[in-house]
Each structure stands twice: as C-alpha cells, then as structure tokens.
Design a protein around this ligand. Structure first.
Ligand SMILES: [Fe+2]
Ligand SMILES: [Fe+2]
Length: 276
C-alpha cells in the first residue's frame, strides 16, 4: 500500500498563508506519506523570491516530493521572459525538471507540464508529451498503481459554468484509460472535486478516477471553498484506493478529513469495440 499526500496551488506571494503551510509540514510529519505531490501554481506571480520561498517549503517536507508547474509559474507581465524563457525563473529558483517521474515497486507517478506562455490561464498537453507518457505507462507492470499529475483539469466540475478543460484532454483521457492509469491529480480551480473519466468521456473502458485539490495554502479558494484550504490523502493498494478530502480547520490549526471515497481497483478487461 502506498500513501500519497496531494497538495496544490500553494501560491507563494501575497495570498500565501504561512500558518497553513506549516500545517502541511506538520501533517506530513505526523502521518508520513510515501510521497507528497504538489500540482502546480507554486507562486502568485512567478517572481524569483516567490520560487525561492516555494523551494524552502518543499525542502522542509521530510519525504519524497513530486512537483509540476502551473499557469501562475509563468510570468504574466514580464513579456520578454514570458515569450522567450517562460520557465526561466522556475528552473533557476525552484527546479530544473518540469515533468518529473516518481517510481518504486508499487507506485508510478508521472508529471505533465500543462502551463505555457500563449494564454494567461488555459492549459494544454502536447502530443509529444502524450507519446512520452504512453511509453512510460506501457513499460510499467500492470500491478503498479499508476498516477498522472497535471496542473490543469481534464474534466469540468459542476458549478464552474463554461470553464474550459485543457487542450488535448480528450486525447489524454483516451490514452490514460487505455494504458491503465488509476488516478489523475490536478489543481487550478481552487476547489476540491472527485469524479471519473467515464462521466465525461464515455468509452466503455475501466474509468480513471480524477481528483482535484483546492488551494492548500492560499486565500484564493473559490466557489464552495471560498476562504477554505483543502488537500487530498490517497491510500492506494492492490485491491482498492481510498481518497480523503482534507480541510484546514483554523480553530484546530490542523487539516482534518472532510469526506472519504472508496474505489475498487478493477481487474482490467481487455478493451474491445463490443458494446460501444
Ligand atoms: Fe492556482
Ligand atoms: Fe492555475
């Protein structure tokens, strides 16, 4: 069994809440997950000192971590940087690798960078990266629990109107459901949500569970999570997966479980066209 602590949208800069980020470290120290995943928007404005603060925060986490960038990690107003070196500040002050992979004998986590410099908030997966991810997934044994992490969402949660999903989301889901991905982790919307791929991309294949985290350590919560801070705790075993949404309780000064969801890990049936 593997335990994953999923945090997102920590937004170092003016909206960051230091007491809550201390709470993240305390939660990790108390519960010792196997890995902490941070699904993007490390900063508010991609400034070098904000990335350095994010680096110091991640360095305090006493277990392995996997981090991907978000749209706020590309400079919005520094136009030359935005056009020519959109991830220059990220690479110089936080990490060289934008799309890291975590792997052990029971768990694979693949990071995908969905932020880019042409728009200010939408995301995309490039066809080239999808091919690379396909190769990684295909060479991984079926028994390994497979997770993909991308900052932008691939399904539209309720109450967000016409919010667009990332470009190539359909192709990505097609690939992930074929290659046996168990779980997709995202952030960006600043509201927690759990759903599955089959609700939006019906294909008759085993569905992929899709899990969003709200903003874990900033004051930018939206919709039902305005002024709230949330994250997810995942326990992935060979037979099933349990996902808990956690919320920050200011009066207790700690994260506590808000809801729990259980998913059987189905035996994968070979995909056929029959019945579609
Ligand atoms: Fe964000
Ligand atoms: Fe975002």
């Amino acid at each position: 069994m593997r335990r994953i602590f999923h945090i997102s949208d920590v937004h170092f800069g003016p909206p960051h809440l230091p007491r809550v980020s201390d709470g993240v470290i305390e939660h990790v120290e108390r519960h010792r997950p196997d890995v902490v995943v941070l699904s993007g928007d490390l900063t508010q404005r991609a400034k070098p000192h904000q990335f350095q603060e994010a680096r110091r925060f991640v360095d305090r986490i006493p277990v392995p971590t996997l981090v991907v960038p978000g749209n706020h990690d590309v400079p919005l107003f520094r136009f030359w940087e935005r056009i020519f070196v959109p991830f220059g500040a990220y690479r110089k002050n936080f990490a060289e690798e934008l799309e890291p992979t975590y792997r052990d004998e029971e768990l694979l986590i693949v990071g995908i960078n969905t932020a880019f410099n042409w728009t200010w908030k939408d995301g995309r997966i490039t066809p080239g990266r999808l091919l690379e991810v396909a190769e990684i997934l295909e060479e991984t044994p079926e028994s390994v629990f497979k997770v993909v992490v991308a900052h932008h969402h691939m399904i539209p949660p309720p109450n967000f109107g016409t919010q667009r999903v990332l470009t190539n989301a359909y192709e990505a889901i097609d690939l992930f459901s074929t290659c046996g991905v168990d779980l997709i982790l995202s952030g960006h919307l600043h509201q927690a949500y759990i759903g599955n791929s089959e609700e939006f991309y019906p294909k008759g294949r085993p569905p992929v569970v899709i899990l969003h985290s709200g903003t874990t350590t900033s004051s930018r919560g939206r919709m039902g999570e305005r002024a709230r801070n949330t994250c997810n705790w995942i326990e992935a075993g060979p037979e099933s997966m349990t996902v808990s949404h956690l919320r920050w309780h200011p009066e207790l000064e700690r994260f506590a479980e808000h809801s729990r969801h259980l998913y059987p890990r189905q035996e994968r049936v070979p995909y056929t066209l029959e019945g579609i």
